[in-house]
Design a protein around this ligand. Sequence first.
Ligand code: PNW
Length: 474
Amino acid sequence: KDVEDEEKHLRFPPNFLLGAATAAYQIEGAWNVSGKGESTWDRLVHEHPDRIYNGDTGDVAANSYYQYKEDVAILKNLGFKSYRFSVSWPRILPTGFPNKINAEGVQYYHDLIDELKANGIEPMLTLYHWDHPQVLEDMGGWLNEEMANWFGDYARIIFREYGSKVKKFITINEPKAVCKNGYSLGIHAPGKRLPGLGEYMCIHNVLKSHATAYRIYDSEFRSTYQGEVGVLLDVMAYMPQNFEFDAAAETSFQFNVGWTMHPIFSKEGDYPSVMKQLVGNRSKAEGFMQSRLPVFSDYWINLIRSSADFLAVNHYTSRLVVSGTMGEIPSHEHDQGVREVVDSFWKSSASNWLKVVPEGFRYILVQLARNYGNPPIYITENGVSDHGTLNDDDRIYYYREYLKQMLLAIYEDGVDIRGYFLWSLLDNFEWNEGYSERFGIVFVDYEDPKRQRILKKSASWWKEVIAAGKIETN
Ligand code: PNW
């Protein structure tokens, strides 16, 4: 019986969707051709090469704008059933506005989607993976509440163009990463350092923008196209270091996960009450006249609540939570009144933030299901970095152990997980780390103008896993 159970726990459920993920700026290249406008990432890498490892850029990247057919052929060869890619907003709207729709850009994604479908691969389209038109940033970007209208206009064009072919849309990749890295720490584009203020304003407008796009799909496209629109979250597991820190870990969960989950997936909507309290109190103590956490009107609370057909989850790693403080004053880190640590026994990767903690995956999946009514979940990113080797046994180990934990969450805990997309199909432009940290199951030769692709050992492992419908343990 135990052996039978174990065997069953290695098998994917029927109709489970296995796919691979990428993002436009990280693979496309072709940054200034075919009518594309400038994005915030184009601006950052060109103006501040010092902020990127080796001064690397996404100007050419993996050249997928021209080599997408090769990428699709690889997906097909490995047996993936789905491909998650993102659309470059300024490739569609070079002026940032619908006064000029770039026909060549629109055509590129039609060609990609058609190629996928011709090969039996289901497209999953992310509208925004961090590269918005620079002109919108010049008007404040995610700090301007008009962004909800600008994003809505863009979303309408995407739904109208691709809605007959694409049935799964994701609005915004990782609100928390966008807002903390881009508008609080200032390490990602647009590089604004506004800790304690920027990240809160940004999330506020990202939530409004997401909901605006969702409602547009609902009222203008759903009855015709019958697709789904999901919201995507980047989540670590925040586990108490021991039971003494249960309350600290709960606060951490509310600040990091509840921040965007509660407004969308809870019955009452709005930010978690512990956030409203803590940020309110600290703001007062610091001499502000109002809370640094912006306030939603009832109109927005209702528009944002239930604005998702599914939950997309990007998960890589975990933290242990203890009491104490972290971060500068003011900041979202500091507002929590807790401290995050890592276990020195956790295995490392090429990325300093990414420790290998398979059990954290099951932990956070169960927590999401229990707190928010067990919504349908797609894992839309999961993977690990190295410095670039074809014999990537560490990557195989990571996938195997994380997949096992995901299957336990499905079979033992009843979490409603419908699919899994690995990050990433290709070695790509890893933001500030340039091409030094590699997440691909396919190696890309960045010395080669042709950007030759070579399957890594992990790609062959995945091919077997998909063909067998279960995790291969050897
Ligand atoms: C993802 N975290 O971001 C991005 O979506 C990808 O573009 C990127 O290449 C990939 O990670 C690898 O870095 C993350 O808090 C943001 O654990 C936040 C976290 C993890 C990944």
